[in-house]
Design a protein around this ligand. Structure first.
Ligand code: C5P
Ligand code: MG
Length: 286
């Protein structure tokens, strides 16, 4: 039905169901739709020219805002905990406390560095973060059809916002749930605000922000995009869900994780650095 779904990077457990959901969404149209997307490694590229692209955290970790000694510590944390994040042999329950440990330790180090608010913008500009190919069409199409986009990220809200602002796509229909920095009167980072969002508590994050979903209560169809199995709960706060289509980017440890991704996501995009599939679906539905 949609040619992009026959690309070699696209895998589906049940193609007929996917077609049915897309058809139902098309009938209900743009007014019934909301999009909920993860940020790091979902809206941003996982790699470019064979080199890994940074997450929100990595943008800071690798920047001039961090001392050499602290960089080493952040790198050690990444080398310890990222393999746990993507380890398909461990359950979400086993990983959860370790992920909390990672975020907590990393945030404490960032706070120690007293990062200056006004340096975030140049640091993002100098970074190698990249939105996925086709991002412009994705953001512009949603804006044009007044479809709300919720970006739900366990990354850093201030950094994420800067990435989409610099890309010219922080349109008024975009709302962000993420970890936001708290700056002191001199504009230096002193803490992170509110309850920590990590990759395995997005359900709780969704339920805490019930006001947002209340506002969108007439939109019963959801397009969800993620790259982690933790992203699957991002739509748990949606009122009266009728149709949901879950698209999952499988970026790393592809062979080991393929089966679990196929079980959990309706569409799995293997090593696909583009927004083409989401764009084609949106084009069809809106
Ligand atoms: O936007 P998203 O929810 O994907 O952001 C979470 C990602 O941030 C995780 O997949 C994790 O690999 C990454 N992360 C990081 N450094 C940390 C904590 C998380 O790069 N200190
Ligand atoms: Mg992600």
């Amino acid at each position: 039905m949609i040619p992009e779904l026959t690309r070699p990077s696209v895998y589906m457990r049940d193609g007929t169901r996917v077609e049915g959901v897309i058809q139902a969404m098309r009938q209900a149209g743009a007014n019934a739709l909301q999009v909920i997307s993860d940020f790091d490694m979902t809206l941003t590229r996982f790699s470019y020219n064979g080199k890994r692209c940074p997450t929100c955290h990595n943008i800071l970790d690798n920047s001039k805002l961090i001392s050499e000694e602290c960089k080493e510590k952040l790198k050690d944390l990444l080398n310890t905990y990222y393999p746990i994040e993507i380890n398909s042999g461990l359950s979400a329950e086993e990983k959860l406390p370790l992920m909390v440990e990672w975020w907590t330790k990393a945030h404490a180090l960032l706070v120690q560095q007293k990062i200056k608010k006004d340096l975030l913008s140049p640091v993002v500009r100098e970074s190698s973060a990249m939105l996925r190919e086709g991002y412009q069409l994705f953001f512009d199409c949603l804006q044009e059809h007044s479809v709300p986009l919720l970006i739900f990220s366990a990354g850093i809200g201030d950094v994420l916002e800067e990435v989409i602002r610099q890309a010219g796509v922080f349109h008024p229909n975009v709302k962000v749930f993420s970890n936001y920095m708290d700056f002191d009167e001199n504009g230096a980072l002193q803490a992170f605000k509110g309850q920590l969002i990590h990759i395995y508590n997005k359900r709780e994050g969704a339920l805490l922000n019930s006001g947002h979903f209340q506002e969108l209560r007439d939109r019963h169809n959801v397009l969800l995009l993620g790259d982690s199995l933790g992203d699957l709960t991002m739509a748990d706060g949606v009122y009266g869900m009728e149709n949901i289509l879950k698209i999952g980017y499988l970026n790393d440890k592809v062979e080991e994780r393929k089966e679990s991704y196929l079980k959990a996501y309706d569409i799995v995009l293997e090593r696909d650095e583009t927004m083409n599939v989401a764009n084609a679906i949106l084009h069809h539905v809106t």
